[in-house]
Design a protein around this ligand. Structure first.
Ligand SMILES: Nc1ncnc2c1ncn2[C@@H]1O[C@H](COP(=O)(O)OP(=O)(O)O)[C@@H](O)[C@H]1O
Ligand SMILES: Nc1ncnc2c1ncn2[C@@H]1O[C@H](COP(=O)(O)OP(=O)(O)O)[C@@H](O)[C@H]1O
Ligand SMILES: [Zn+2]
Lengths: 249, 249
């Protein structure tokens, strides 16, 4: 995309960098990022997650880790989750997980760059970058400065969400970043009592949104209360409900 | 909060400015913003909505309006929705609603300022500002430069969401901006077949999140498929399901 990519930390050997994006908040970018990493890790790939949502970081909570990264002469060591996934997030650098990070664009961009140049990730098959909502500083910095192989797009069924997600897709196209495909999250929920399939956010639309934008449809995930609970308890590594997100690897 | 507030456009007489914030994306900030404005408008208050989500604007779609604002010598005239609410959003200035706005912080901040100084809102009882996710440029600019009376916080039941919402609450406290209270959205959904109350995102938590942060709990909204549909069809002004959000006015 014409920008000179930043060199990684000399101790890092990272085979592939993938970003997860939606443009719209709350559709499940962090969830899909974590599920891809967990599934790839189960298959034996060495994975890392770079939490590029600098002012709204939720990765450490999903994995239940909070230890401060060790700062060595070579850089900041990315801590490992219980199953061995490397993770770096601004929340790991704060005293309290709910402390606000009140930063403007330049500081946000600089934090994202430092997560690439100053963090010791070691040898990874996949580094998965969780992008914040919007098409501003963090996604722009990642697309300009990191050697991205491609992006996974996450949407949910609402037309309103699809409109904002289309902005993210067009940003990738504009920046010449390949899009691996689109995952629709929160497609439906099954009533635990009578089994009725309920569509809180409208009929599934991921397939046609993908088609309209020339993308591969990677599948749909239902709303699963057990998933939300696993995230809240920091136990996403114990969740086994996600289907075939490893299709990317 | 110590910053000199920007003067409004000389044609504007705005009694109260309220912002709606969450820190976390997708919980329903735009929805709550729109519902407050619709309810206040029904009670006879003159209202406007400033869509400060510059790279992910969804207000025009919720109200089904797309006409380009008229640019006069005095400023940009904020168009009216069908029921007479004034609205300004970056999506009204684009040729296509799904075109990406790939801007860094300084441009985002400048757009928010111009929505206050260059837009002709006229005489309003309430201007409601819809803030994007995060604690970055847009919320910071609004809190520093607009004469905010206070903020309404929106959350959803997940602990993970509550953690990020707490960051937004602490930002308001840090900036000396009063918080009117907290609304929990997506609390539950009722099965259309058997009436079972389902809690996709966990048991209601808004009340205790409000209490822990010294805030008034303003109530909870269920997931209502009819609401998502109204938003997708641009007919939020025809939706009558929201309870008592006018408590703020
Ligand atoms: N399919 C799902 N079923 C249940 N809860 C979900 C699902 N996807 C996401 N969530 C929950 O919704 C919240 C928002 O998801 P998140 O991944 O943080 O969205 P984003 O990163 O797009 O803002 C999280 O608390 C998460 O646990
Ligand atoms: N209570 C609800 N019931 C059904 N759909 C909802 C509800 N609240 C929000 N939505 C839908 O969810 C999507 C996200 O809401 P939005 O207000 O845009 O969130 P935010 O502004 O926090 O990103 C929208 O498509 C909206 O129509
Ligand atoms: Zn049922």
């Amino acid at each position: 995309s014409g920008f000179t990519k930043l060199p990684p930390n000399e101790l890092n050997h990272i085979q592939h960098v993938i970003a997860v994006m939606s443009g719209k908040g709350g559709v499940g970018k962090s969830s899909v990022t974590a599920l891809i990493a967990v599934e790839a890790n189960r298959k034996g790939y060495r994975c890392g997650i770079l939490d590029a949502d600098i002012t709204g970081p939720s990765m450490p909570k999903m994995f239940g880790i909070s230890q401060r990264p060790e700062n060595t002469g070579f850089g900041l060591i990315a801590p490992e989750t219980r199953s061995g996934i490397r993770l770096m997030s601004l929340n790991l650098l704060l005293d309290n997980e709910d402390a606000p990070v009140i930063w403007r664009g330049p500081l946000i961009a600089s934090a994202v760059r430092q997560f690439w140049t100053e963090v010791v990730w070691g040898d990874l098959d996949y580094l998965i970058v969780d992008l914040p909502p919007g098409t501003g500083d963090a996604p722009l910095t990642v697309m300009q400065s990191l050697p991205l192989d491609g992006v996974v797009i996450v949407s949910s069924p609402q037309d309103l969400v699809g409109m904002v997600v289309a902005k993210a897709i067009k940003m990738c196209q504009h920046m010449n970043i390949p899009v691996f495909g689109l995952v629709e999250n929160m497609s439906f929920i099954e009533c635990p009592k009578c089994g009725e399939k309920i569509y809180p956010f409208g009929r599934p639309a991921g397939d046609s949104l993908a088609q309209r934008n020339g993308l591969k449809f990677l599948g749909a995930l239902p709303i699963d209360p057990a998933f939300a609970q696993a995230c809240d308890r920091g136990q996403i590594e114990n969740y086994h409900g996600a289907v075939g997100l490893d299709v990317l690897l």
